[in-house]
Design a protein around this ligand. Structure first.
Ligand code: GCB
Length: 641
């Protein structure tokens, strides 16, 4: 079985794994314990011709070291850059991870009252999971969490040692998100027998591995499975609507307590659904729009039930930001005030860890965002880690939350199979991020071939579905199509347009940018009468490369492109342009190509997070914009960093 064929078979199974359950972020509480499984795992890539030896020999049945050599592999991390083996860097197919864990005895003794769950923050791309050799779950797609109730397996086993095996396949097909294809090279005068490469139409390296934390956690057997919170404002009263779903019993009671950050009780409620009213609420405001951005209340949900005649309690605490979002034909309103996105596009990318979650990097990036005066970012081109999203909530960084639909360039990417999976991905994304005040809009794709005929029905369906699951947030996708030929644009709430004037065409001709950008905005607005975000613009620069008058790839050219864009943005933001997101926050790795110098160099920071000249231009601009639009009366402190 070739890697793509074996994956195709698996994808069929995954469509059947519809989920109606919750995916609350695992948090410790009086009733829940947590054990992180980050660190060194055993690892083996299946280099057999068909990439199927692991399945033929059933590597999950006994410890991985017993059926062949293993190497150490950190979790979370991409596996690509961590060895000196170029074959592993470019590997396509199944890799195997394994961890042996000792579980606390208390988790195993009381099967009637304790539930044990295994949760993977994300793994790219297709995962099959076994615990002690028993298949517990499968999941399609990187960037989103999945979990399995493993209570029965671990509680039935004789010892406290538990073996977790994860087989992971990074093969992309025309129906995965993002899509890709395997090309077999059959010319034996040029390529060895069976030679194949993976082709994609997106501009970042297809890092693979277990990218986010793996944890084991417990809940009681009757437990809070999901919480859905939406907020509205009526005059000076904040209304927090909640819905709690409970699994395990139908007889229970629920007590809700909304607290201030410091613990003072604001109000209480009970039952699985209802409204909590907060008089004169402290609203959740974006960074730089208010002196106290990102204010969060804490909603403690307490479940009381009975198991075996004994009382049982489950407690889960959810951060809640009270804010509203509303879109008009020319404005984006947060808490009724016009909001202008002055921010960035990012990637989860850095050095040898690839896309693996890394706390120092996360903290550095947020410090840079705040230094820059950025109030927002788009999660280009896939959902980011929950740990990152937590900080967006806490700091007031506004997020356009994008799903991994990037590189959809062929008709084959718009068929029913892709569509069915796309709907599932939107469900999973909304299930994960629905309660986040920072998330103000969903983006269902980046630069799809939206002028193709099937794109109309495709995007109508995806957007309608997204709005049906979450009626509280606007929906967009990011386009680089012609304003009149884009078949998805009629269904979005906000037009997001990418353009690279004087870069991918008219190279070196900075003098055409203003005219072309003005035309772009006017055409899009006249045609659709919807607010517009310049969702990407920029230029590559090699740090330290100087040339004046500016030539491409110099830092001077980079800043000159930005300034040309800014002069038109300054005119149009007074009308219907509601934001600008630079491409990109930092340099990032891509496939090798004649246009890429160790990756994409459009970062305003290097991949090591040092500023290029463009970062200072943008910093001046963003703080100026913040001072203009802020509700804070005194001038914001640019020099506070
Ligand atoms: C784009 C894509 C982005 C690329 C960027 C570029 O339009 O959305 O993924 O990296 O252009 O630099 O070419």
């Amino acid at each position: 079985m070739a890697p793509c064929c074996s994956l195709a078979l698996l994808l069929l199974c995954s469509q059947a794994l519809a989920h109606s359950k919750g995916m609350l972020y695992p948090r410790e509480s009086a009733s829940r314990e947590l054990k992180e499984l980050n660190g060194i795992w055993s690892f083996r890539a299946d280099f057999s011709q068909q990439r199927n030896e692991g399945f033929v020999q059933q590597w999950f049945r006994q410890p991985l070291r017993q059926n062949g050599p293993v190497i150490d592999m950190p979790v979370p991390a991409s596996f690509n850059e961590l060895t000196q083996d170029p074959a592993l860097r470019n590997y396509v197919g199944w890799v195997w991870y394994e961890k042996e864990v000792l579980l606390p005895r208390s988790w195993l003794l009381n099967a009637l009252r304790t539930r044990v769950v295994l949760r993977v923050g994300s793994a790219h791309y297709y995962s099959i999971v076994w615990v002690n050799g028993v298949n517990v779950t499968e999941h399609e797609g990187g960037h989103l969490p999945f979990e399995a109730d493993i209570s029965k397996i671990v509680q039935a086993s004789s010892g406290a040692l538990c073996r977790i095996t994860i087989a992971l396949n990074n093969t992309l097909t025309p129906h995965t998100l993002p899509p890709g294809s395997i090309q077999f090279m059959s010319d034996s005068s040029k390529y060895p027998k069976g030679y194949f490469v993976q082709k994609t139409k997106f501009d970042f390296f297809n890092y693979a591995g277990i990218h986010r934390p793996v944890v084991l956690y417990t809940t009681p057997t009757v437990y809070i499975d999901d919480i859905n919170v939406t907020t509205t404002l009526k005059e000076n009263v904040g209304v927090v609507r909640y819905q709690v779903s409970v699994v395990g019993d139908i007889n229970y009671s629920l007590l809700l307590t909304l607290r201030e950050k410091e613990g003072d009780v604001v109000t209480t409620g009970h039952g699985p659904s209802g409204e909590l009213k907060v008089v004169k609420p402290k609203l959740w405001w974006p960074y730089l729009m208010h002196e106290n951005p990102g204010y969060l209340y804490y909603l403690e949900v307490k479940l009381l039930a009975e198991v075996g005649g004994e009382p049982l309690e489950d407690v889960y605490t959810l951060p809640v930001g009270i804010r509203t979002v509303y879109v008009t034909s020319s404005q984006f309103l947060i808490n009724g005030k016009p909001f202008y996105f002055h921010g960035v596009n990012k990637h989860e990318d850095a050095d040898i860890r690839g896309k693996g979650l890394d706390w120092p990097l996360i903290v550095k990036d947020f410090n840079l965002l705040r230094w820059l005066g950025a109030n927002s970012f788009r999660t280009s081109h896939y959902p980011y880690a929950e740990e990152i999203m937590d900080l967006c909530d806490a700091y007031g960084i506004v997020v356009i939350d994008e799903c991994p639909a990037v590189g959809m360039k062929y008709e084959a990417n718009f068929g029913n199979k892709s569509l069915a999976h796309h709907l599932v991905v939107m469900e999973e994304l909304i299930r994960r991020d629905k309660n986040r005040p920072s998330v103000v809009m969903w983006s269902v794709a980046n630069e799809p071939a939206s002028e193709l005929p099937p794109a109309a029905q495709y995007f109508k369906t995806v957007i309608t579905h997204t709005k049906a699951i979450d009626p509280t947030r606007p929906v967009t996708f990011v386009s680089n199509a012609n304003y009149a030929k884009d078949r998805g644009a009629p269904y979005v709430d906000v037009i997001c347009v990418n353009s690279y004037f004087s870069w991918y065409h008219d190279q070196g001709h900075l003098e055409v940018i203003q005219l072309q950008l003005k035309t772009q905005f006017e055409k899009w607005y006249d045609h659709h009468k919807k607010p517009i975000i310049q969702s990407e613009y920029g230029a590559d620069s090699i740090p330290g490369l100087h040339y004046d008058p500016p030539l491409m790839f110099s830092e001077e050219y980079h800043t000159a492109v930005l300034k040309e864009y800014h002069s038109i943005l300054d005119k149009k933001r007074k009308e219907y342009v509601i934001g600008e997101l630079i491409w990109n926050f930092a340099d990032f790795m891509t496939d090798q190509a004649t246009t890429r110098v160790l990756g994409n160099k459009k970062g305003i920071f290097t991949r090591q997070r040092q500023p290029k000249a463009a970062a200072f231009i943008l910093r001046d601009r963003y703080w100026k914009l913040a001072n203009e639009s802020s509700c804070v009366h005194s001038t914001l402190k640019y020099n506070n960093f």
